[in-house]
Write a protein that binds this ligand. Structure first.
Ligand code: ZN
Length: 411
């Protein structure tokens, strides 16, 4: 068998296309495969589907999967057809091995999409010797097409979370389906307009904002306003994960302020305070005891308030939770520490939303888990040039999108 015929079969090239030349250069580290169409071939008009002969052609090149360690390229002259049907005019046809407008073959793009889940895009760019901008273009295109096929008509309970990008200068807000456990929508910003954009996207995918019964959010005014205005039937729940996170931040500030006064006891204890007592090692427990004995009162008090607030979530009914939360609030509002008093006021201001967790029992474990997926997305998108790339990566990792059909060759 001639190498041309062999490569033609391996590439799945069928008439009127055929491989006409294969040239290999060890020096330039590449394999070049030329494909051409047979004389007198007709092609399908991309507008109406009618058959038409080639009108003229343009030379094009596509990067293909590596041939062993060598870069492989396909070359072909791609015809434009002058369609006999009025209104179509002169149009470039679609080749069976690549997406319109792409400089990569479908198989190469499928590999990119598979690898992108597990490998940072800038590492992949180095591996393939292509610019990361080109890879992002591929990822964005597939994510966009896969998202266009998504159906949101069953979405009822959502969770909203924001994350910073680029060292905290910008924010991206993500909307999740808490039942399907997947990312529905991501957008730049963290104001109430993000909710409006989510609703627009939801409608575009057959969803119904009036059907949303629950929204788990952090205690941001912007999200509260957005949900109240845009999702008329949604009960707002202040997410357990976010509430404890906020309490941990308050505790952290108190600890680091006190650490300046008692560095000998409080230096490098941040992680100790984030642990629950039963998880403390004997050594850590001893350190905590030393703090108690040596008047690191504020840190230890903050730790106690944190543990008691966490304890509210062990309640088995809303009623029991309300009793525990009232006890917590009573103590916290009498604290001599301003930040604890402030935390008590925050809890009071969001009382109903905190307790509605016990009615809706929104799966906060999912939001915690999703946080690590988003961190993974940021890592894969490392060096991403704009927030849109980061959002695309988040869809790829957490969106449960269906890509398989998209890599298939058009028939
Ligand atoms: Zn046509």
């Amino acid at each position: 068998m001639q190498p041309e015929a062999l490569f033609g079969m391996a590439l799945g090239i069928t008439a009127p296309w055929e491989v006409t030349d294969v040239s290999f250069s060890k020096e330039s580290n590449r394999l070049d495969i030329t494909i051409d169409f047979q004389r007198g071939a007709t092609f399908t008009c991309p507008v109406c589907g009618a058959s038409a002969p080639a009108h003229d052609t343009t030379e094009k090149t596509w990067r293909h999967l590596n041939f062993f360690q060598y870069e492989a390229y396909l070359h072909a002259r791609v015809p434009r057809v002058n369609c006999p049907n009025e209104g179509c005019g002169v149009k470039q046809i679609q080749v069976p091995w690549a997406r319109a407008g792409s400089g990569f073959t479908l198989l190469f793009e499928a590999l990119v999409m598979t690898m992108a889940r597990d490998m940072p895009v800038n590492v992949m760019a180095r591996l393939f010797s292509v610019t990361d901008t080109r890879l992002w273009r591929v990822i964005n295109a597939y994510v966009e097409t896969a998202r266009a096929n998504e159906d949101y008509s069953d979405v009822k309970r959502i969770g909203v979370d924001e994350t910073s990008t680029r060292k905290g200068h910008n924010y991206v807000t993500f909307f999740f389906d808490l039942d399907a456990k997947k990312l529905l929508f991501g957008t730049e910003g963290k104001d109430n307009k993000t909710v409006t954009e989510f609703v627009t996207d939801l409608l575009k995918h057959g969803g119904d904002p009036e059907q949303i019964t629950d929204a788990a959010i952090d205690m941001s005014k912007a999200f509260i306003k957005g949900i109240n205005e845009q999702l008329p039937n949604a009960v707002t729940t202040f997410d357990r994960f976010h509430l404890i996170k906020l309490m941990n931040e308050v505790m952290g500030t108190i600890r680091s302020e006190e650490a300046r006064k008692f560095p000998e006891f409080l230096r490098k204890t941040r992680y100790l305070f984030l642990k629950n007592p039963e998880k403390l090692s004997p050594e850590e427990q001893a350190r905590l005891d030393t703090m108690v004995a040596n008047q690191c009162h504020k840190s230890v008090e903050a730790y106690t308030h944190k543990l008691n607030l966490q304890n509210v979530y062990f309640a088995e009914s809303r009623q029991e939770a309300e009793t525990l939360l009232s006890q917590w609030h009573k103590k916290a509002s009498k604290s001599s520490i301003d930040l604890i008093q402030k935390m008590a006021r925050t809890v009071k201001d969001h009382w109903g939303g905190i307790l509605s967790y016990f009615d809706s029992l929104l799966t906060t474990g999912f939001l915690e888990g999703i946080n690590s997926l988003i961190q993974a997305a940021k890592a894969r998108a490392r060096g991403y040039r704009n927030p849109r790339n980061m959002i695309s990566m988040a869809y790829l990792i957490a969106g449960k999108l269906k890509f398989n059909k998209l890599y298939a060759q058009p028939t």
